[in-house]
Design a protein around this ligand. Structure first.
Ligand SMILES: [Zn+2]
Length: 429
């Protein structure tokens, strides 16, 4: 038989297989869609019951709300703790027991957690104005992704790896804890947009544009004092990066960036944005917190963009030394709620990435106490469902919709590269 004769048969067979696969995928989509409808329907009913029949005891009310709409934390540093404590050997890590730091499964369950971003953080180094010095950032980021994914797999009765809003809702519906991946600074992609695409393929769903150092894409807020600017916001390559993140459906995270970078990114991003772990500067004046004029850029209307600021619990960002408490963290939530609107605030604790903790928010088991404090201050069940995770999911759905639209429109992957690179030809052949 000649290959010419065989080809149509093979084509036919593969077409059949493709059709079958498409039918399976459709059936799976319909089934998960139904589950979601049930889930969302349940939530709506739950809200209605809540507003009418919540216990007057704030602690009980908070727990009742979070039982239905659990916390989705924007930033937890468990992977870097496993690196420093266990050299990334996950065979030595059992999250079912009492694990050092702020996070383990018993405490996540007690704290009514339905999901969190596992930060796959590696540190950055100040490299001046040229970002071509070789580092191990890409290797170390891959190792931290490996740790997060292996730990999620090892505890698969509890955790469910999630790369979409639908994955998170299904995890919560199945009483599991969704595990998402976030990169904390574009130094971790080696200042390379192609590397970003491959991290997306590995399941990473947000990237903070900078950590505490500037990089080829953007200026950072630094740690204690803002360092002298290099780009004055995003570089031209940084604008390309944000546009590529929009096309991919990667959440643009503005924690850690300079104010100039945040304003610039809000302008050029075609999708909503997040702050995975940042508090309010008007409540406590440090460069890592978000100032009111930027908070006012969130929302609907001309010059505004949807977004969510997920409040950081690190005592240094919350209050003057010795004054960080659950009430002080509630002040940040309240303030962002007042200035940006309660639809624009979430939780991004930074647990396991901070040595010190606020009084009353010592670990992941304590989230309900923050919700109880806000309930006392007049936050409704609807507000608290948004704070717990609803606001993040709305923003993320917006990001997914923009990516779908850009891809359907045929937008091409960005070929932009850092112009100081010497290892690639400058002139295209
Ligand atoms: Zn951070």
């Amino acid at each position: 038989m000649s290959s010419g004769e065989q080809a149509p048969l093979l084509n036919g067979a593969s077409e059949h297989a493709q059709q079958q696969e498409a039918t399976h995928k459709r059936a799976k989509r319909v089934a998960s869609g139904l589950l979601l409808l049930l889930f969302i329907g349940g939530l709506v009913v739950a809200l209605w019951v809540f507003e009418d029949g919540l216990p007057s005891n704030p602690g009980k009310a908070a727990r009742k709300i979070l039982d239905r709409a659990p916390v989705i934390d924007g930033h937890i540093d468990l992977p870097i703790l496993v690196r420093s404590l266990n050299g990334n050997n996950i065979d030595k890590v059992d999250l079912n027991g009492d694990f050092p730091g702020h996070v383990d499964i018993p405490r996540l369950r007690k704290g009514r957690v339905g999901g969190f971003f596992w930060s796959v953080y590696t540190s950055c180094e100040d490299s001046g104005v040229n970002f071509t010095s070789p580092t191990n950032s890409v290797r170390d980021t891959l190792e931290q992704i490996d740790v997060a994914r292996l730990l999620i797999e090892k505890h698969s009765k509890t955790f469910s790896f999630a790369t979409s809003v639908q994955d998170i809702k299904l995890a919560i519906f199945s009483k599991k804890i969704a595990g998402m991946l976030g990169i904390e600074g574009a130094h971790q992609i080696g200042n390379s947009i192609p590397a970003l695409r491959q991290f997306y393929a590995l399941g990473v769903r947000y990237m903070t544009l900078t950590h505490s150092c500037h990089n080829a894409f953007a200026d950072s807020a630094g740690i204690f004092e803002p360092p002298a600017p290099v780009h004055g916001g995003l570089s031209a390559l940084g604008v390309e990066l944000v546009r590529e993140m929009n096309r991919l459906g990667m959440l643009v995270d503005l924690s850690h960036v300079a104010d100039s970078t945040a304003r610039h990114a809000l302008k050029v991003s075609r999708a909503p944005v997040i702050w995975s772990h940042s508090s309010a500067r008007a409540v406590h004046d440090v460069p890592r917190n978000v100032p009111d004029d930027i908070l006012k850029l969130l929302g609907k209307g001309k010059g505004k963009k949807d977004g969510v600021v997920m409040v950081n619990f690190a005592p240094f960002f919350v209050a003057a030394p010795g004054n960080a408490t659950v009430e002080a963290v509630a002040d940040h939530v309240d303030h962002i709620g007042n200035v940006a609107g309660r639809k624009h605030v979430g939780i991004g604790s930074d647990f396991d990435g901070i040595n010190d903790v606020p009084v009353g928010l010592e670990d992941v088991s304590k989230y309900p106490d923050l919700f109880a404090e806000l309930y006392k201050r007049g936050w409704t069940a609807r507000d608290l469902v948004g704070l717990a995770g609803g606001n993040l999911l709305r923003v993320w759905e917006g990001v997914e919709a923009v990516a779908r639209e850009l891809q359907e429109r045929g937008e091409r992957p960005s070929m932009a590269r850092y112009d100081k690179r010497e290892d690639l030809p400058h002139e295209e052949l």
